[in-house]
Design a protein. Structure first.
Length: 254
């Protein structure tokens, strides 16, 4: 399947309906119009290119290709207001491998409704933490999701899942009109009622992979690999999440 005016060939496992942002570091794309260009840009398959902070970033061809983020810091971010401005429903699907958690917390992927980069104010985030904000969740955990995601009050949606370092994980979460649901390796881990604190949309004007950014600095940077990030403008079904996971897991030896 060819998309747009380029020659990227979608595998049968890629769900195209509603796909608005798609980044893939697969080795077959590195020298072409997609993937990391070896300098300061992670080109998109769908959507807008990401600019690397403190380039060049380390690229590895292992596992089909991946970018290695270091907390020195390195992140990949879009120019403000280039992504879809808002989403009502959404799905975020990504693969990652965390190497180090000494910083305590780090973002895999985040979106913000303003140039401040504040995902608390109506955006979303996925991250890991050793013990985030004294929440009592100990150990290295994936805590998914939409922190303060709808409006300007803090609403925390946790999807705790104890993980190991130096191991590949597939993390996805969906939001529809009623629920926010998280999946790890294709398996549903939690589903919580959606609460809209002043807004029913998800701000997407800033989009960041590998950390968090505001107008003056970067922080919560990740130490690890990210090869794939996909964002949809709809909540995918459980069977579609399983299909995406099953279609990509062989790349990571699973």
């Amino acid at each position: 399947m060819r998309f747009g005016n380029q020659n990227f060939i979608f595998s049968g496992s890629i769900i195209k309906d509603g796909l608005v942002l798609y980044y893939d570091a697969t080795s077959s794309l590195v020298s072409g119009s997609y993937g990391y260009n070896g300098s300061s840009t992670w080109n998109s398959v769908i959507g807008v290119p990401l600019t690397i902070t403190n380039p060049p970033i380390v690229y590895t061809s292992s596992y089909g290709g991946s970018l290695i983020f270091s907390n020195n810091p390195q992140i990949a971010a879009v120019t403000y207001n280039q992504t879809p401005s808002t989403l009502t429903n959404a799905t975020v699907f990504q693969w990652f491998n965390v190497y180090d958690t000494s910083s305590g917390a780090a973002r895999f992927c985040a979106a913000s409704p303003s140039s401040s980069g504040n995902d608390f104010d109506g955006g979303f985030t996925s991250y890991f933490a050793n013990n985030l904000n004294g929440s009592g969740i100990s150990g290295v955990t994936i805590e998914g999701g939409f922190r303060g995601s709808f409006g300007y009050n803090t609403t925390n949606y946790f999807a705790p899942y104890t993980m190991s370092l130096n191991k590949w994980y597939c993390f996805a979460y969906t939001v529809d009109s009623s629920y926010i649901t998280a999946y790890v390796n294709g398996v549903k881990t939690v589903s919580q009622s959606r609460v809209n604190n002043g807004s029913s949309t998800i701000g997407m004007q800033d989009f960041i992979i590998g950390g968090r950014i505001n107008s003056t600095s970067t922080y919560y940077e990740m130490s690890g690999s990210i090869p794939i990030v996909q964002v949809y403008n709809r909540a995918l079904s459980s069977s579609e999440i399983v299909s995406l996971y099953s279609g990509s897991k062989a790349r990571f030896g699973l």
